[in-house]
Design a protein around this ligand. Sequence first.
Ligand SMILES: *[C@@H]1O[C@H](CO)[C@@H](O)[C@H](O)[C@H]1NC(C)=O
Length: 371
Amino acid sequence: MQSVLLCVLPSFSIITNLYYSCIVFIFSWLSPTWLSWNKYSEGMLRNLEKSILKICRIAHRGFYVDIGPVVGHADKIWTISLNTDSPNTPLVLLHGLGAGVALWCLNLDSFAGNRPVYAIDLLGFGRSSRSTFSTDSVEAEKQMVRAIEEWRKEMNLKQFILLGHSMGGFVAASFAISHPGYVKHLILADPWGFPERPENNKEVPLWIRSVTYVLQPFNPLAGIRVAGPFGAWFINTLRPDISKKYSVALKDANLIPQYIYQCNSQNPSGETAFHSMMSGFGWAKNPMVKRIDKLEINVPITLIYGSRSWIDHSAANIIRDKRINSYFKSQVITGAGHHIHADKPEMFNQVVQEACNYTDNRKSNKAIMPS
Ligand SMILES: *[C@@H]1O[C@H](CO)[C@@H](O)[C@H](O)[C@H]1NC(C)=O
């Protein structure tokens, strides 16, 4: 529970963290009958998503893409698309842990202003299929990537800009390493799973150690499911700032916590994959900095961090050193926490637009034609 809040939201003190960790701990041990209180409803998630996306001026289309037997028997990826008639390079958006397409609501108009935009609920999240992922970290990551590749084939996308937030950044980088020919620009927003876990545990901030300790045996979002009908209230009470981020645009402050609750109250699936890939909440078992040199040199990277985020920014220098012959731009957005796109949408949108415009302008570059 705490971990989704870390992911979905930033800013907290060690004391409140420990306090919440205790609450989560108690909730996690409550009778399993609480689990039957789980009030997930496909219709509710759909309606919440629709209500949130109403704030976008540019019309979107939502549809399921049948990707066949990738992880489950018949996996489907929930997709929304905007401005698909534009001839410019499309932008594909991958959300973070516990999120879904609607959490891009403050960015879609800007992104889709002059290019096609596709946002998906990653396999195992949001409205996409809840298939049973491997418990092996390498295999779970491959399954995530394979689902995106099968989706890309069904969508017949030849080249696109790939933007991933948090866990979505990790998955985006992994996709780009395996399928560089399709990725014209990799944009990483506060990506999770890049730096290596410090060997000396003392270097790990206390709050991470305490949260990791409490959460180790559980799936990251277990608290939300256990909280049952109080899930949305729980999210709102623990981290009221999450609704606040969106409140300027959304009139109903309850929409976001309810949406997050509905995204996470079903059987854990993608979250289990995340659990397999993580080593302590803050780190990946197979950190991306160790592999980023395997990414084709022609794929530009734009890295965007929030100045107040809990994510370790040290990957920026490592990527720069490992990719001296490649385009690499890193930027820190002042005042933004982990959810840069919701904390400072105008600045975030501008940095993403600049990266996208740069990509359009080097369209003639033969070196990055699809393989
Ligand atoms: C990107 O290009 C579009 C179209 O030319 C332009 O309207 C927009 O201002 C540019 N954005 C940035 C941040 O450069």
